[in-house]
Design a protein around this ligand. Structure first.
Ligand code: PMP
Length: 427
């Protein structure tokens, strides 16, 4: 019997001392009611909430968990550095080691700069592009997430239009739309941002059309603008290089975060020599950006990525999960849309415009010890095993049956309905 008493008590206390009780995408506001907000620990592929319930975790902390939570090799290195010092008056030698390791692995990169969150890296890419080109306009794909700064946050509260005065939107994978938006920018184009694949929330994922990626490169070459791939979410989950190596396109800059130190807090901007000068002139910093512990963890994580089969394992298990789920869904009379790379799956139900079936299935999975997300892409970590996938498939079989039994009486989630209405109004 699962309980959530400790989670509820924390939510009540948080409501008094934190605006809204929680914020950002880790808030459970847009998740089924039974999803826990607070967690106690993670080990390997599993997380435990504050009530002691264990879940096989298909979210991987929204990306940072790549090798497994609490990875011993990475943590040994981190703990050893912590004993010597973390945030000091300047960086440690790991700063240079880590920059060399990333430049060594990522083909387009000639240099690296470090920061703390993905938003720091994407914002720094934008600033570098403007410093390098002397131009103002930045192109981003409609619906793409590049972080929570005023220029890119998906939520409008507190943002004034002037902060986005030089941001233009194009349609991902649509060459004509990209060309038209570039033409509108005239001679003021500083950069084109692209996600490695379309991994927007609430909708099906889409792999990049190589024609679109190649055209983006050409347009940047023709105009002198910078091509930026935001690999914050997908970095090292598709390839041990920048994700657009898979379509044969090299950006000028790529943004990294979340997972290259296996969850230790660090992000990075990588760039080529076309924008080294611009990058060397911008003023960017943060009190914790040069901390030694995450850099030591990053060097060790990258070594493991180069030397292990973490990626091949995730693809193998991701395929097993996708094929197994499809068969089970069909057995229970459901059709799923499983999109994107198998190791970063988005799982949506057909004929489920207000997500009520997906939410009910998510809740049923949670009850059976598997944490899946009803509208955000998920992630595989390196230590998941075939036994884990078998466990998740058995849970899914049961969960589909339980949803099928209640199908006529499932209500939509009220906050999701409000959210979908608000989103429809913004387009
Ligand atoms: N870009 C992408 C593609 C992301 O997925 C995210 C985080 N979800 C960010 C940028 C922002 O990263 P952070 O939350 O670490 O600021």
């Amino acid at each position: 019997m699962t309980t959530n008493a400790a989670d509820q008590a924390l939510r009540e206390r948080a409501m008094k001392v934190v605006p809204g009780g929680m914020y950002g995408h880790e808030a459970t506001t847009l998740l089924p009611a039974s999803y826990p907000q607070f967690f106690e620990r993670g080990e390997g592929a599993y997380i435990w909430d504050v009530d002691g319930n264990r879940y096989l975790d298909f979210m991987c902390a929204y990306g940072p968990n790549l090798l497994g939570y609490n990875n011993g090799q990475v943590n040994d290195v981190a703990v050893a550095q912590l004993a010597k010092g973390d945030t000091l008056t300047g960086p440690s030698a790991h700063f240079v080691d880590l920059a060399e390791a990333l430049v060594g692995m990522v083909s387009h990169a000639d240099w690296a700069m470090f920061c703390k969150n993905g938003t720091d890296a994407t914002t720094m890419a934008m600033t570098t592009a403007r410093a390098q080109t002397g131009k103002r306009r930045i192109l981003v794909a409609e619906g793409a997430y590049h972080g929570a700064a005023p220029w890119c946050t998906p939520m409008p509260a507190g943002i004034v239009p002037e902060e986005r005065a030089f941001i233009s939107k194009y349609q991902y994978n649509d060459v004509a739309s990209l060309e038209a938006t570039v033409a509108e920018a005239g001679d003021d184009l500083a950069a084109i941002f692209a996600s490695p694949f379309k991994h927007d929330a609430f909708i099906d994922q889409a792999l990049p059309d190589p024609a679109y990626a190649k055209r983006a490169r050409e347009l940047c070459d023709e105009t002198g603008a910078m091509l930026i791939v935001d690999d914050v979410r997908a970095g090292f989950r598709l390839i041990r290089d920048c994700s657009w190596e898979l379509v044969g396109v090299r950006p000028d800059m790529s943004c990294w975060g979340k997972s290259f130190a296996n969850g230790h807090p660090i992000s990075a901007l990588l760039g080529n020599d076309r924008c080294r000068e611009g990058a060397s002139h911008i003023y960017v910093t943060g009190s914790f950006w040069f901390a030694a512990v995450p850099m030591a963890a990053g060097v060790e994580t990258l070594r493991i990525l180069r030397e292990s089969d973490y990626l091949e394992n995730s693809v193998r298990l991701g395929t097993m999960w996708r094929e197994g789920l499809d068969a089970l869904a069909a057995k229970h009379g459901f059709a799923l849309r499983q999109t994107g790379p198998v190791q970063m799956p988005q799982i949506l139900f057909d004929n489920d415009p207000d997500y009520r079936t997906g939410f009910a299935w998510g809740e049923a999975m949670l009850k059976r010890g598997v944490y899946v997300h009803p509208w955000h892409n998920m992630f595989f970590c390196a230590v998941m095993t075939e036994a884990d996938i078998q466990f998740a498939l058995a849970a899914a079989d049961d969960a589909f049956a339980s949803v099928r039994a209640q199908i006529g009486s499932i209500e939509p989630h009220p906050v999701v309905l409000m959210f979908l209405t608000a989103m429809a109004g913004t387009h």
